[in-house]
Design a protein around this ligand. Structure first.
Ligand SMILES: *Cc1c(COP(=O)(O)O)cnc(C)c1O
Length: 225
């Protein structure tokens, strides 16, 4: 299977309104260009240095999405070009993105990442922490970010019931936040959930953005950095 074939197979399974983020972390410029030539324009990366290198050398109409844990002190490096940050998991990070976006003369769309999996290691807000943050900040003072929705990762498991329950949970979190904090705000509309092994379940539970790596590009080699 080629990257183009893989992309086309995935596209055929996507309902209208679901965007595909091609997760290109660890993949080469050549592999990314193969997807680009097949029409893919949204790519996801999770390491700042690697992303900056790729942004510098690849076509400028690529929309780069940051999908990994982002350290505040590295936001400046990606603020001039990043199209969306999926992984905002603290007020400090949101503030920093707002400041650096302002510095770069941009408005950066952001998603709030929620911890929906049973694994300990995944980053993200709890619903209470997010509600607490949103009730204390004045969104009108954050002119250089838009909060565009939520993101989450399900537990890595074969148990479909667990996956479905976690994706339903993220959808419920999204609906609650919309109701309480973003009513009538059309920017708040994205639910980023679903990866190679679980994206079909995520779509059934209302995903609007799936993030797919290995099903497009093949398995990643273990990384050492
Ligand atoms: C790596 C990664 C993906 C893609 O994973 P695959 O299983 O290769 O599709 C999606 N989302 C996040 C946050 C990732 O880090």
């Amino acid at each position: 299977m080629t990257i183009e074939n893989n992309l086309n197979t995935i596209r055929l399974s996507l309902p209208d309104g679901v965007q595909l983020v091609a997760v290109s972390k660890t993949k080469s410029n050549e592999e990314i260009m193969e997807a680009y030539r097949a029409g893919q324009r949204i790519f996801g990366e999770n390491k700042v240095q690697e992303l900056v290198r790729k942004w510098e050398s690849l076509p400028k109409d690529i929309k780069w999405h940051f999908i990994g844990h982002l350290q505040s002190n590295k936001v400046r490096l990606i603020a001039p070009f990043i199209a969306m940050v999926h992984s905002v998991d603290s007020l400090k990070l949101l503030k920093t993105i707002n400041d650096e976006a302002k510095h770069a003369g941009r408005v950066i769309p952001c998603l709030l990442q929620f911890h929906i999996a049973s694994e300990e290691s995944k980053f993200g807000f709890s619903p209470d922490d997010a509600a607490q943050m949103l009730s204390v900040i004045k969104l009108s003072e954050y002119e250089n970010v838009t909060i565009s929705g939520v993101m989450g990762m399900a537990t890595f498991t074969d148990d479909v019931a667990v996956i479905n329950q976690e994706f339903s949970n993220l959808n419920r979190i999204f609906q609650n936040l919309k109701e309480v904090f973003f009513r009538g705000n059309d920017n708040f509309r994205e639910i980023s959930m679903g990866m190679s092994d679980d994206y079909l379940y995520a779509i059934e539970k209302g995903s609007t953005m799936i993030r797919i790596g290995s099903t497009i590009f093949g398995e990643r080699k273990p990384v050492t950095n």
